[in-house]
Design a protein around this ligand. Structure first.
Ligand code: G4P
Length: 546
């Protein structure tokens, strides 16, 4: 990152000075790309992340980013539970330079139980890479995450991975994408060699051939050889002619890249890869640089969008505690929306109107933390011990702004949490408040049950495991969980509460954000009450797949 801005911050505010600041800011915005990889577990997201970082030469050998079982050092698997299950619950943001650009890759939790968290992460990105396993095609979690991207207007580049393994035909995979999600696939490259015999990629815009060579275990960058069509045919024979024919077929059906349609979410450029062998990875990075949008204005509650060149503003999209057991700190991750961030600047927390000092600002790469001196729109910055900040909150300087809150999802799992020992009650309460404000789970209360054993509401049951593990590990409180027999929630209001509470199989609670929720034993109970009491307010909540 440049230090031009901090060194020029001499207090003068001449027109010339501010013009030069603006042009530096504009240049920094233009060279940034902030994206997330969305995929079903096991499609190869961790492997691809490593490969992307390797290509950007950030790490010398693949294996230092995520490291699940059998891989090298683990950096993002910070919880025992993650290690045991081989899943990544925590999100980390990776920043690397690539060809004069700054790329921010925001990690999304792969498991559907954490879709609320994933949704928050997706509010922080401008583009997404949809990673598909060539052998499996579209899988449930990919579909769900894709819907979130569509809902938020995030353009998607599709990567069909594991082409080194036997799998389906490329045309069949494209058909599936088009039929099931209505997104027109427009391949930028076409595989030469069937799935399982991946020789290289035909670059469709100039009909040239990028030939790959395997390296041991894909641990280093795969050498690429660039050949023209004639040389490619001489080298690969039928595999090349088949690729050319299929590419022409695509052209005839109009499946060529169209930048406007891609940005409008109607088409998706497609690349074939083997993240494991580092094939096609460089092409993914190039596509991100060339096609994915740079950071742009964001809608505010007021209706006036915050432009990227406006004074500093940022949105908090994730709060995470306990990442570093040695420090027990709490990090709030913000995505910078506008202006220049300089460490130490005092900004305003829109939700409270209070000043917020940003002395401890970090980038977090797995367990490595580096102090951030300055950052620009698109960048992800972690603020240490930012206890007042919660997902959806806004920070700004000078010109006031507040971004819309991030919606909570409809919970489908409910349980009562209790401290095993009454002597731990104080820690228990403190822990609940903290986990609630981080958005790990929703916390519901009502007068009948009292405050000693709050009801936890989750989108997926694994959220409960995170709660009990963290209660024990971070707060030293042993807890028990008793499932409550509810499975459907609706938003209601104070006027409807008494009538609802009189019904069997229904209970009304208030969530920490003030929302009043009615829980029903099952959907039939809900349907019956809707029919019997049509005047009651019962609104559906945002579902995980909306
Ligand atoms: P995820 O983060 O999306 O859950 O997937 P991850 O990268 O962990 O990959 C899941 C499995 O798929 C891993 O195998 C990984 O090596 C393999 N894989 C990823 N990309 C490719 C690819 O392009 N080609 C092939 N053939 N395999 C790929 P594993 O045996 O579960 O784990 P590991 O012991 O190899 O780490």
């Amino acid at each position: 990152m440049t230090t031009e801005l901090s060194s020029s911050a001499d207090g003068s505010s001449t027109g010339e000075h501010s013009t030069s600041r603006k042009s530096t800011l504009a240049a920094e915005v233009a060279r940034r790309r902030t994206f997330a990889v969305i995929s079903h577990p096991d499609a190869g997201k961790s492997t691809l992340t490593e490969a992307l970082a390797l290509h950007a030469r950030m790490i010398s050998e693949a294996g230092a980013v995520h490291g699940k079982s059998g891989r090298k050092s683990t950096v993002s698997d910070w919880m025992e539970m993650e290690k045991a299950r081989g899943i990544s619950v925590s999100s980390t943001a990776l920043q690397f330079n690539y060809q004069d650009h700054v790329v921010n890759l925001v990690d999304t939790p792969g498991h559907s139980d954490f879709s609320e968290d994933t949704y928050r992460v997706l509010t922080a990105v401008d583009a997404a890479v949809m990673l598909i396993d060539a052998g499996k095609g579209l899988e449930p979690q990919t579909l769900k995450l894709f819907q979130v991207c569509r809902h938020r207007g995030i353009p998607v580049i599709t990567v069909i991975n594991k082409w080194d393994r036997p799998g389906r035909s490329p045309l069949e995979l494209l058909d599936e994408i088009e039929e099931r999600i209505g997104l027109i696939p427009t391949p930028l490259y076409w595989p030469v060699g069937i799935a399982g015999d991946f020789r290289g990629l035909l670059k469709r815009d100039d009909n040239s051939f990028i030939r790959f060579t395997r390296t041991a275990g894909g641990a280093t960058m795969a050498p690429e050889e660039f050949l023209d069509a004639e040389a490619a045919e001489a080298r690969e024979g039928e595999a090349w002619t088949v690729a050319v024919e299929e590419s022409e077929l695509l052209h005839e059906t109009g499946a060529d890249h169209d930048q406007e349609m891609y940005l409008a979410g109607q088409t998706s450029p497609v690349i074939f890869s083997s993240a494991m062998l580092n094939f096609g990875v460089h092409q993914i990075l190039d596509a991100l640089l060339e096609l994915a949008p740079a950071p742009h204005a964001r809608d505010a509650i007021s209706g006036t969008p915050r432009e990227v060149l406006d004074p500093f503003s940022a949105v908090v999209f994730k709060v995470q505690a306990g990442m570093d057991t040695a420090h027990r700190d709490r990090l709030a991750f913000m995505r910078i929306v506008s202006g220049t961030f300089e460490r130490g600047m005092v900004v305003t927390h829109a939700q409270t109107g209070k000043p917020f000092a940003t002395k401890y600002a970090l980038t977090v790469f797995g367990r490595d933390r580096t102090t951030v001196e300055d950052a620009y729109p698109g960048d992800i910055v972690g603020l240490v011990n930012a206890n007042a900040l919660a997902p959806g909150h806004t920070l700004f300087s000078e010109k006031k702004v507040e971004f819309p809150p991030i919606p909570s999802f409809a919970p489908e799992h409910f349980a009562i949490l209790r401290a095993r020992s009454a002597g731990k009650y104080k820690q228990f309460r403190r822990a609940i408040d903290q986990l609630d404000s981080e958005g790990v789970v929703q916390v519901l209360r009502n007068d009948i049950r009292g405050d000693a054993s709050p009801v936890l509401a989750a989108v997926g049951p694994m959220q409960f495991e995170v709660i009990t593990a963290r209660m024990q590990g971070e707060f030293n409180v042993e807890t028990t969980l008793d499932n409550l027999g509810y499975s459907v929630a609706r938003a209601t209001d104070a006027e409807s509460t008494d009538e609802l509470n009189r019904q069997r199989g229904v209970e009304v609670f208030t969530r920490t954000d003030g929302a009043i929720l009615a829980l029903f034993s099952d959907k039939w109970r809900l349907q019956y009450i809707e029919k019997e009491f049509p005047k009651l307010t019962l609104e559906p909540l945002v579902a995980a797949s909306d």
